[in-house]
Ligand binder design. Structure first.
Ligand SMILES: [Zn+2]
Length: 168
């Protein structure tokens, strides 16, 4: 396993549409292992293959609640509700922005053995799943941010302040 370089905003590869994976080769297995290592090293909750420079429809998510998710050729088949909150991306380091997304999502895809799988999520998990799937079509959350991108540290401090105020 090895850490891969995370491509950042402005890198053209992040705007390209990824190709379907047809079979899991040793090279793809290695890529997936490297993606997990790279995501954990960067303390992210999700990563898509184009973020490490590979234009294939592979994404991973681990929000720390249950088993890590790896999805091949994922597609959204259902959404419901709405949530608005700050979102970040390993390809846009140090920044967050307010994005509105569905509060629930159902995704069909394949696991690492190319077995069909169904993954559902709400709240952060839904947000992460949709965010990563959008990477596979060359889209970044910065395209749908409401207002300006904020400094991640400032935004965290602001959120904390709002929580203290609502305690009064
Ligand atoms: Zn991202």
């Amino acid at each position: 396993m090895a850490l891969r370089t995370i491509r950042t905003l402005g890198d053209e590869i992040l705007t390209k549409k990824c190709k379907d994976v047809k079979e899991i080769t040793p090279r793809i297995n290695e890529l997936i292992d490297d993606m997990f290592e790279t995501m954990y090293d960067a303390e992210g909750v999700g990563l898509a293959a184009p973020q490490v420079g590979v234009l294939k429809r592979i994404m991973i998510v681990d929000i720390g609640d249950d088993a890590p998710i790896c999805l091949i050729n994922p597609r959204i088949v259902d959404t419901d509700g709405e949530q608005t909150g700050n979102e970040g991306c390993l390809s846009v380091p140090g920044k967050v922005g307010k994005v509105t997304r569905p509060n629930y999502v159902k995704v069909l895809g394949f696991d690492r053995e190319m077995k069909p799988v169904e993954v559902e999520g709400t709240e952060l998990k839904a947000r992460a799943l949709i965010h990563e799937i959008e990477h596979l079509d060359g889209h970044l959350y910065t395209e749908k941010v409401e207002g300006a991108l904020m400094d991640a540290e400032e935004a965290a401090a602001q959120e904390e302040e709002e929580m203290i105020q609502s305690d009064d």
